[in-house]
Write a protein that binds this ligand. Structure first.
Ligand code: DGJ
Length: 733
């Protein structure tokens, strides 16, 4: 609910358990007054007291009682007495960079307007949310700047974005246009981010803030494996289920900047948006610019509370389409089974065996087009490679369908190989500095999606592939990062627009294709989880979490990813051992248990499996089919972190609390260990629960306060490495 108290000049953005307060200082400066637990009564004017401070100048020389340097702001501007990091910068025709944002008027709308051309959270009916639009004006450039805040009625989340409208009659350049900024009062804070690398995505990193700036960014043209567009601010006491957690997540898949600046007084400014280091945007008179959306979440129940809000919001009001609420098919992917070396017969033999084991979809990965036998050619030439597929895609797809599986396909439409007909025909369609340099990554070039004709070509080509065979799934890959940042179609002064224009082009392509093919399940991928972000989830409800399928590594990656993203968005495959990425050997049972905590798939040659392994896989799939609806929509409680010890544990509690699953993983055993108990959450104190695997009955309070004994009588497993088990608890009374 959003209210405005005219006398106090105060906006109250209230969610079920949180309050976010915005004030108007002197009727013009938009100040940030509070964010945290829900307030019931709001004292007049005591939330912020302006103060004078040496070396903090005063914007109004006639009133030296305040400086913007010490004022907590909602959307700070540059060089008007505030030395902290600004949220936006506009360069005027005269070369000024300073800004001054002043409030003009506001509107409170029911519902949530969509963001044109950009992914964003949405509502299904207007009653689900309210939106506050603060219409402001920059006094120096003359731009109209509209700050938008959507408050969801049933979730402690606020979606923010900003629209710049150039109605000034003059030409300006936006040098920085972040999506959100929040000034929190002085306290001890720590910042949590999800850094990584290829094969080691989204590991949890927790750092104490210091006076100065802690920030993360991507300059790679994608959200990247190396950083994720998310940060959480917590206090040193905050744990999984207690303490304050403030989450900041950007609904964007390109270059971003996020960070926290601790100022001279210990107050902290958090900022998040498109990376200004690789951005600028020209606005001629009449133009406007829309920033991506930032989703802010507050929980007084620690990181777990924060994650559960993101999970619910992103699962139900960011993901879209037919598969949002539908269980996703268990798939077999041929990549690690064959890499580029396959024949139609080989694929059919994989499909036959996969069907016998209970799988539902067969995905043909890289190598089916042009004359692609390795990664040096053919990207861009999306026509079947007849040497491998003599009957074309249609012939193969029909045979796979006849086996009883759906058919899915890998594509990498944003890329082109130098050795391709597409590049030979359109050498100017790639990102490069002509006649100077153009880097290659994995022997490939990036198509310039800032060009409409290139985007149209991709839409037509992918449509053509989808129209020629019964294809029910597309894995959309992207295997290199952007370099050079130069487009032959943009004028010199607009070259820094390329990174964002690329994203707008990609989003247009994905919007068109997903609307045109609503029955097709699209899965995101970028060399594993290099573009695992909320922007992609708007178009694709699931993303390949990492190329690293080693169960011991994967549990860390999936744990870190779960800080923001629902398990329904993480695809996870069982692969062969020794693992192709790490060489590690883990039991099939653990590989299955790790993979079944996401959207389950297999990535191996099922013909190479012995009887025992085949039976185990059949069992895994049967179990997953029974549990997937629960796992993919349950409330998740993280019980033990693989970043703090040699084990990981999760509790999945179904929405109606009728099923509680405990997934336990021990990566390295400890000899002579005390029997392990896990304290569970949110059960009914008065109920008793039966563990279906052991038959044991426990009290609800016993499970929450004394704990669930994960090893039970399995002493033989008490100290073995790579032990895992999924237990099912059901209330009896
Ligand atoms: C990278 C993906 O992450 C892999 O799963 C596989 O599809 C390869 N690309 C194929 O080139």
């Amino acid at each position: 609910m959003i209210t405005f108290d005219c006398r106090k000049q105060l906006f109250h953005l209230a969610t079920p358990h949180s309050s976010y307060l915005i004030g108007l200082h002197s009727g013009k400066y938009v100040t940030h007054l509070y964010w945290g637990r829900r307030l019931t009564d709001i004292p007049s004017g005591s939330l912020y007291t302006p103060g004078n401070l040496a070396f903090s100048p005063n914007p109004d020389p006639r009133n030296p009682s305040y400086s913007l340097d010490t004022m907590p702001q909602e959307y700070p501007f540059a060089f008007r007495t505030d030395y902290r990091i600004p949220a936006y910068e506009v360069e005027t025709a005269e070369g000024c960079f300073a800004g001054e944002l002043q409030y003009e008027r506001h509107e409170i709308l029911t519902g949530k307007p969509p963001l044109p051309g950009l992914p964003a959270t949405y509502v299904e009916n207007h009653e689900e949310a309210q939106t506050l639009l603060l219409h402001c004006r920059d006094q120096i450039s003359g731009l109209c700047i509209v700050l938008s805040y959507t408050v969801f009625n049933s979730l402690d989340a606020i979606a923010r974005s900003v629209r710049f409208v150039n109605d000034s009659g003059r030409q300006v350049v936006l040098r920085r246009a972040l999506s959100a900024s929040v000034d929190l009062p002085a306290a001890k804070y720590e910042m949590i981010t999800l850094p990584g690398a290829w094969g080691r995505e989204r590991h949890v990193q927790r750092t104490e803030l210091f006076q100065g700036t802690c920030s993360i960014e991507s300059r790679r043209g994608a959200s990247s494996h190396q950083q994720n567009p998310f940060l959480a601010l917590v206090t040193p006491e905050t744990g999984e289920e207690h303490g304050d957690a403030f989450g900041f997540s950007l609904v964007y898949s390109g270059n971003f900047l996020a960070g926290a600046e601790t100022d001279q007084l210990g107050s902290v400014r958090i900022f998040l948006g498109v990376n200004p280091n690789t951005f600028s945007w020209g606005l001629v008179s009449g133009d406007s610019f829309q920033t991506p959306e930032a989703v802010l979440v507050y929980s007084a129940h620690g990181l777990g509370g924060m994650s559960r809000i993101y999970h619910r919001l992103y699962r139900t009001r960011l993901c879209r389409g037919r598969y949002r609420d539908t269980p996703r098919p268990v798939l077999i992917n041929n990549w690690e089974a064959t890499y580029f070396q396959f024949t139609q017969d080989k694929l059919i033999s994989i499909a036959n065996q996969a069907k016998k084991l209970g799988m539902e979809l067969m995905v043909l990965d890289d190598g089916w087009f042009g004359h692609r036998d390795d990664d040096t050619s053919s990207l861009g030439d999306w026509v079947p490679y007849r040497k491998k597929l003599p009957e074309g895609l249609d012939g193969l797809a029909r045979q796979v369908t006849a086996v009883g599986l759906h058919f899915g396909l890998w594509m990498e439409p944003e890329m082109v190989s130098a050795d391709s007909n597409l590049f030979r025909t359109h050498p100017d369609w790639v990102i490069q500095i002509p006649e100077k340099c153009r880097s290659e990554g994995r022997n490939q070039l990036i198509l310039d999606l800032s060009r409409d004709e290139v985007c149209n070509y991709i839409i037509n080509t992918v449509s053509n592939v989808l129209d020629q065979a019964p294809i029910s799934y597309i894995k959309w890959d992207m295997n290199r990062h952007m370099t050079e940042y130069y487009s032959t179609s943009l004028p010199p002064q607009r070259q820094k627009e390329l990174g964002h224009r690329y994203m707008l082009g990609l989003y247009r392509i994905l919007e068109t294709l997903t609307a045109r093919y609503p029955e097709v399940l699209f899965e995101g991928c970028s060399g594993g989880g290099g573009r695992f972000d909320p922007g992609m989830l708007f178009y694709m409800p699931q993303i390949w979490t990492s190329d690293n399928t080693d169960a011991a590594d994967r549990i860390r990656i999936q744990y870190g990813t779960s800080l923001v993203y629902p398990v329904s968005s993480m695809t996870a495959h069982v692969s062969a051992v020794p693992n192709h990425q790490t060489g590690r050997v883990t039991p099939l049972s653990m590989r299955g248990d790790v993979a079944s905590l996401g959207v389950l798939g297999y990535e191996l040659d099922p013909n190479t499996l012995g009887d025992i392994e085949q039976d185990e896989i059949k069992r895994q799939i049967e179990q997953h089919l029974k549990l997937r609806r629960i796992i993919l929509s349950a409330d998740l409680y993280r019980l033990a972190s693989p970043f703090e010890g040699d084990e990981a544990a999760f509790q999945f509690l179904s929405e109606d609390k009728s099923v509680c699953l405990i997934a336990y993983f021990r990566l390295r055993g400890t000899i002579s260990a005390f029997p392990r108990k896990l304290r569970l959450h949110a059960l009914d104190h008065a109920s008793t629960y039966r563990c279906l695997e052991t038959g044991q009955v426990y009290g609800g309070s016993e499970l929450m306060f004394s704990g669930f004994p994960v090893q039970g009588s399995q002493a033989s497993n008490g100290f073995s490495d790579f032990y895992s088990h999924i237990f099912t608890l059901k209330p009896e009374t």
